[in-house]
Design a protein around this ligand. Structure first.
Ligand code: HEM
Ligand code: CU
Length: 565
């Protein structure tokens, strides 16, 4: 038995796969392989997440007590701005599409690669060029405008706005090119038999996201370019002293930035669908509705930007229309959540780490969504605007979307990315700590907001101390959970048990048609698809399902490109 295992491990290791077919730094920096580009993005966004996370811990530490605790008010302004800008532009926007999407999308549709592999690599270099340009501004003069860069302050401050917005302008191209690549890939490179109604829901999510990336990002790009021109050349577009209109900036900014929240959340929705499908062994209830609601959300997302501007002096008619349209978005979103719950209902639930993240998402996300409806209600938004209620709202949405789905997806695709399993117990404890830490951090902020705690302040009245301290303690628990995830995954990378080709018994092509690690071109033969993505019976017949056999380790390590149609 032991010798058999060792023999199996040896064969597994000597297989040519995408990680071992070429070695050395150069083979990585010049790679055109979508999987390797996904890994390059993974390292990049994790790096920025750590930086953004340390800044978050500093913010919470400052707010542990009223008055000055650690830093001056001015430093605080820089820290929270950098936290927001880094998390949004360097982590949340690229995380799910550029890491998980790049890695999984082409394999999931039975393609060798994305449609434009060179453009894909270029996106990653442009991402770093943008990030480094931002860094120039940050290191030389800091940034204190808030991640929203509202004028007229952003046209006046001496902090590094010009460099940072140029950096974000550059980053935009990276995001647009990834979106463009995915759209063409999904249209042109699906394997025979993979009709639109057989597309995995993660692909649908990425497809809808790509539309938003292509249509909305140019607006942000041009807005930030105008802001830079205003600062350098005083063209008088936003600065009232020069005849400009500062409210115009808010319109431009939110015309991108509301859709941008869907760039973060739509691919996350896709990940959640895969996780719930696979670990409930039942497929996704209402597949068509879940798929098309992504497209509906992408479309409606363009019509609601004014809900960020209820108190900016917009007309009552505009405000009412924006409020109604905002409520409308709740419909396709509700369709998704209810369908996920229906998918779990009477499913054959297999409680593994990825599903834990999906369940955490199902708890956290609706709280973010419902409080969004509250904020979209005209009468409620006026007192709640710019309070901690808003901070809690968008963290409930973005952390559930951006972080929980990303971590769930990372744990799900990890064995395919690196060919190794992680310690399930450790990973589950980490997920639990993250869930508890997140709620302890952000739930008190809803209460603080309704009591009148304004956002972006480094000081507060003593009455708020207890809730702020609770929130800070929560951030430590959250940080501990994340640290544990890092320990667990790093351990797996070097010491983890070799993974079988399809440890979860999933039904999509990246699991059913590749070996332990995908080969450089994914498949030996182009797969022919004859069934939907969540038909688990077939996958289980061939690979076993690991479900009920205790270890989640099917006996067979299938050969490359094993046909099963
Ligand atoms: C889908 C994921 C979502 C994300 C990532 C998200 C993110 C955000 C962010 C970042 C802000 C704060 C913006 C700022 O800095 O001023 C915000 C505010 C707001 N969100 Fe969301 N949101 C999401 C969903 C929703 C939904 C579903 C609704 C309503 C149906 C909604 C309604 C609002 C409103 C009305 C505000 C403005 C609050 C104010 O400043 O007074 N959001 N959201
Ligand atoms: Cu919005």
């Amino acid at each position: 038995m032991a010798t058999q295992t060792i023999a199996a491990q040896k064969t597994a290791q000597s297989e040519i796969n995408y990680l071992n077919h070429a070695r050395g730094l150069k083979s990585w920096l010049l790679t055109l392989d979508h999987k390797r580009i996904g890994i390059l993005y993974l390292i990049s966004v994790v790096f920025f997440f750590i930086v953004g996370g340390i800044l978050a811990l500093l913010i919470r530490a400052e707010l542990f007590e009223p008055g000055q605790t650690l830093m001056t008010a001015d430093t605080y302004n820089h820290i929270f701005t950098l936290h927001g800008a880094i998390m949004i532009f360097l982590f949340l926007i690229p995380a799910v599409p550029a890491v998980l999407g790049n890695f999984a999308l082409p394999i999931m549709i039975g393609a060798k690669d994305v449609a434009f592999p060179r453009l894909n690599l270029a996106s990653w270099y442009i991402f770093w060029l943008g990030a480094l340009t931002m860094l120039v501004g940050i290191v030389t003069s800091g940034l204190d405008t808030g991640w929203t860069f509202y004028t007229p302050y952003s046209t006046m401050t001496s902090s590094g706005v010009t460099w940072v917005v140029l950096g974000i302008f550059i980053l935009g191209f990276s995001s647009i090119l990834t979106g463009l690549n995915f759209i063409v890939t999904v249209h042109k490179m699906r394997a025979p038999g993979l009709t639109w109604s057989r597309l995995p829901l993660f692909v649908w999510g990425l497809y809808a996201t790509s539309i938003v990336q292509i249509l909305a990002t140019p607006v942000l790009g041009i807005t930030l370019l105008l802001l830079a021109l205003e600062r350098i050349l005083k063209i008088g577009i936003f600065d009232p002293a020069l005849g400009g209109d500062p409210i115009l900036f808010q319109h431009f900014f939110w015309f991108y930035s509301h859709p941008a929240v869907y760039i973060m959340i739509l691919p996350a929705f896709g990940v959640i669908s895969e996780l719930i499908g696979t670990f409930s062994r039942k497929g996704i209830f209402g597949y068509k509705f879940v798929a098309l609601s992504s497209v509906a959300i992408a479309f409606l997302g363009f019509l609601v930007w004014g809900h960020h501007m209820f108190v900016s002096g917009q007309s009552a008619t505009a405000a009412t229309v924006f409020s109604l349209l905002t409520f409308l978005i709740g419909v396709p979103t509700g369709v998704k959540v209810l369908n996920w719950v229906a998918s779990l209902y009477r499913g054959s639930i297999w409680l593994r780490t990825p599903l834990l993240y999906a369940l955490a998402f199902l708890f956290v996300f609706p709280i973010g969504g419902f409080t969004g409806i509250a904020l979209g209600t005209l009468g409620l938004d006026v007192p709640l605007h710019d309070t901690y209620f808003v901070v809690a709202h968008f963290h409930y949405v973005m952390v559930s979307g951006g972080l929980l789905a990303f971590l769930g997806g990372l744990h799900y695709w990890w064995p395919k990315m690196f060919g190794r399993l992680y310690n399930e117990k450790l990973a589950q404890i980490a997920a639990l700590l993250i869930f508890v830490g997140f709620n302890v951090t952000f739930f008190p902020q809803f209460i603080l907001g309704t009591q009148g705690m304004p956002r972006r302040y480094f000081d507060y009245v003593p009455e708020f101390t207890t809730l702020h301290q609770l929130s800070t303690v929560g951030s430590w628990i959250l940080g501990l959970g994340l640290l544990l995830v890092a320990v667990c995954l790093l351990h797996s990378l070097f010491k983890g048990q070799l993974a079988p080709a399809n440890p979860w018994g999933a039904g999509t092509l990246e699991w059913t048609h590749t070996g332990r690690l995908p080969s450089p071109h994914n498949f030996e033969r182009t797969p022919v698809v004859t069934r939907g993505p969540y038909d688990y019976h077939l996958a289980e017949e061939i690979f076993g399902n690991g479900h009920g056999d205790g270890g989640g380790t099917p006996a067979v390590i299938p050969a490359q490109g094993q046909a099963q149609s």
